[in-house]
Design a protein around this ligand. Structure first.
Ligand SMILES: Nc1ncnc2c1ncn2[C@@H]1O[C@H](COP(=O)(O)OP(=O)(O)OP(=O)(O)O)[C@@H](O)[C@H]1O
Length: 282
């Protein structure tokens, strides 16, 4: 009788490794009070994690930890299954190439035109200029800013700069996008156009993303809308036999005073009985 062997994973089994995994991550700066205190959470492939919490609660620090721009005092951070906290700087640099980052306030290079800003990583890698130019045109079309290619950041509105920043983050087809307050400082109408673009990126490319926002309205628009590729516009997710009005890939992480107050889906967030959370969301 042949020996009983464990069932091998089928070759085409989906890779279930989380794209981001924090385990007991802590970081403090000057004071003894940790900014993040033993934070644990995971982000699965294809999810959009919306990070909420009061000003100064550590949202940007968390995103910088994911990008390897900061190191925690303790705990484990895995990105694409690789431990970041013990990784050599050179390897962090390589891993970062798989991540697109949209910084707070766009962070474009003022001395470079839109094309050079968007193609920054390609120029750094020495890509053939005509190939790079083609990709810049494609991505500027995607963010609906094709005519801005030769302009300088000072010639653009705040919303246009944000679009350029998103174009720069997505041009390499990253496996993970980190959005740090992409609508911060924008008026409500412009904010909605940026949220629309984030939804377009999510629903066209299904890229795993972490997104910080200060605007609850933006968070709920992300959770309840989808991109209609035929009409090329955002629309509310219907409630019918097929859909429940909510984007299933959207998850929420709410931080307060160094800890995770909530991590889960949209329904769980809006129906939470936690008094602090109810107050924060009201
Ligand atoms: N490099 C640093 N050195 C010292 N303190 C820092 C550093 N980076 C962040 N902090 C502090 O950590 C805390 C959290 O900052 P962080 O920018 O992550 O907050 P946030 O939740 O993103 O805030 P906001 O909503 O206002 O953008 C703040 O008190 C900030 O001053």
């Amino acid at each position: 009788m042949p020996p009983t062997l464990p069932n091998p994973a089928p070759e085409n089994a989906p890779d279930t490794t989380p794209i981001v995994a924090f385990h007991d991550v802590s970081i403090a700066f000057d004071s003894d009070r940790p900014i993040l205190n033993k934070i644990s959470f995971e982000v699965a492939r294809g999810q959009t994690l919306i990070i909420l919490g009061p000003a100064g609660c550590g949202k940007s620090v968390l995103v910088k930890l994911v990008d390897g721009l900061m190191k925690p005092d303790s705990g484990s951070i895995k990105v694409f299954g690789e431990e970041l906290t013990t990784m050599r700087e050179r390897d962090v640099y390589t891993l970062r190439k798989r991540i697109g980052m949209v910084f707070q306030e766009s962070a474009l290079f003022d001395s470079m035109n839109v094309e050079d800003n968007v193609a920054y990583r390609f120029n750094e890698a020495g890509m053939d200029p005509s190939e790079s130019h083609k990709k810049v045109e494609e991505v500027l079309n995607f963010v609906e800013l094709p005519k801005a290619i030769s302009k300088f950041p000072s010639e653009l509105s705040g919303g246009m700069r944000r679009r350029v920043s998103i174009a720069r983050a997505i041009i390499t087809n990253p496996d993970l996008i980190l959005y740090d307050s992409p609508t911060g400082g924008l008026d409500p109408i412009t904010s909605t156009t940026i949220v629309e673009l984030v939804i377009k990126q999510r629903d066209v490319s299904h890229t795993t993303s972490l997104l910080i926002t200060h605007r609850l309205q933006d968070a709920f628009t992300l959770a309840t809308h989808r991109w209609n590729v035929n009409d090329n516009k955002m629309e509310p997710i219907p409630r019918n036999e097929m859909d429940n009005g909510i984007d299933d890939s959207t998850q929420f992480l709410v931080l307060n005073e160094g800890t995770v107050v909530y991590h889960g889906n949209t329904q769980g967030l809006v129906h939470s009985e936690d008094p602090w959370l109810k107050d924060y969301l009201s």
